[in-house]
Design a protein around this ligand. Sequence first.
Ligand code: COA
Length: 350
Amino acid sequence: MTDFTTLTNPCSGVAFSAGITGVGGYLPEGVVTNQMLASRLDTDHDWITSRTGILERRIADESQSTSDLAVEAGSRALRSAANPEVQALVLATTTPDFRCPATAPYVAARMGLGKIPAFDVSAVCSGFLYATSVAVAYVNSGHFDSVLVIAAEKFSTLIDPNDRNTACLFGDGAGSVVISKVPVGTGGQILAHAIHSDGELESLIKVKGGGSRYPLSPHETVNRPRSDYFLGMQGREVFAAATASMSASVSDIISTAGWELDDLDWLIAHQANRRILNLVCKSLDIPPEKACVHLDEVGNTAGASIPLLLAAKSRQFKPGDKLVLTSFGAGATWGALAMTWPALGTIEAP
Ligand code: COA
């Protein structure tokens, strides 16, 4: 899906389009190193670093829920924006505070945003790109001038701490952007975006229990296998699908934006695995130093990983730099977005 929709101010004749005007990220304080995992699981630091590039991850404590992470990240994004007024909130999360209701209205209330529309989007590791595409559509259609997008995950609640296949990979965190009307041609403009899904790949990454297909049961749940209620993943298949989907998405979005591959300044790819990033770069002949890396410090923070990466690496970017964002996640869902970097206020370190 390409969106070149622009609005024109009838008085000035200036054309406007959706762009990023604020960025924020938040990480919980608790650090879990590879050595800490190796002290209780059948794994070791060398295996984890050589297979994934991850050195440590942040895990929220018991008192923190997804909404707590979301409020922190969203508040930071608004503080970095010249205009903190927003008319809607879209929250991407796989780990809402409750199965019902959605978490976004509570986050909006806690942030003092008033009675604005606020809703959750569920697309796991592609959640940020999905939520952003909703915000971009709102702004490009003229429905709202400014929308707050937050991606927040307490993903550790989906992970069996005793499963070495997944416990080494994931962490908690939140990231946020403000999507507002910006004059066409100025920094921050979102030039193209595309999202995709393939439900045939549903079984690649899945939490089987707890939904309507296989509900929690006060009587039966305790007798069922523990793995029914935690994330299961077919690692090799996910690796291959993520590499292929993100490579194709990056290539497509670059041509949709009217750029050449050489024009790209920064690749902001979902932080799942360092080897996946390297292969995406290799397949497209992108110099690996253009791929921003944060997963060594935070692991895979699911939907939060892209905006967290933007916040963490913002000092590297100059206004006008050309960025491509891309992700792959459970569903399967994937996508990409092409943008230029905006001139922003101070972005706090996550
Ligand atoms: N420590 C030691 N051994 C481990 C381990 C760990 N933490 N986790 C898994 N293993 C073992 C497995 O049990 C398996 O053993 P087996 O061959 O005896 O069955 C073996 O390592 C798997 O090896 P392999 O398939 O060669 O590993 P890999 O190179 O594919 O790396 C992943 C495994 C999970 C790191 C990799 O497949 C991956 O990153 N996949 C994508 C995951 C992802 O990004 N998910 C989120 C997408 S949004």
